[in-house]
Design a protein. Structure first.
Length: 187
């Protein structure tokens, strides 16, 4: 099992450590929540990319290597999927499978407690969601991505991540409603 300890950092920074953790979490939260409100796939993915990079720092500061790895791999995946129009291989089923295997493998290597299943599942749904070509499907699968991160936050008691994941789940539902296809009006 891989481990990561932040005790030295907590001792060195004192209360400033918590300001740093929650500050990074707040930035990640803002980027993650607004992502699903964008209309176009590329802006959704880019906002999520920057949010995921902030979550990597947040989880490392919390000492949660499994969640940090899942977020880091998600960030790489988002960077690749944002270029799907230029790189035709980016959303090829083999590429999608490779990202799922990478996220699953690294998550399992750092697996420490039963609740580490949630970052693993969130990572898998992140790959499926962001590999979709249209925004509607991206949002549908993102609902599960957000839901599994919400469960991770609940069971690991991360207050900033909990608020983010709850608001992201709500944001995804709002975006699904907001951008739903309007039924053809009958005359």
């Amino acid at each position: 099992m891989l481990g990561f300890s932040v005790d030295g950092m907590i001792n060195a920074l004192g209360k400033s450590y918590y300001i740093l953790v929650y500050g990074v979490g707040l930035i990640a939260m803002i980027l993650s929540i607004i992502a699903f409100q964008f209309k176009h796939r590329v802006t959704i993915i880019l906002s999520n990319f920057f949010g995921q990079t902030c979550w990597v720092a947040y989880f490392l500061l919390q000492g949660d290597l499994t969640s940090a790895i899942a977020c880091a791999l998600s960030a790489v995946m988002l960077a690749v999927f944002s270029k799907k129009d230029k790189w035709k291989w980016a959303t090829n089923p083999i590429s999608i499978g490779i990202f799922i295997v990478l996220i699953s493998g690294f998550s399992l290597l750092s697996f420490g407690v039963w609740s580490d299943i949630f970052p693993l599942l969130a990572g898998i749904f992140a790959v499926i969601a962001n590999s979709r070509s249209d925004e509607k499907r991206l949002r549908r699968f993102s609902f599960f991505w957000c839901l599994f991160w919400l469960l991770n936050s609940i069971f690991k008691m991360y207050p900033v991540a909990f608020v983010n994941d709850l608001l992201c789940t709500i944001s995804t539902v709002v975006a699904l409603i907001r951008y739903r296809e309007k039924a053809t009006e009958r005359r």
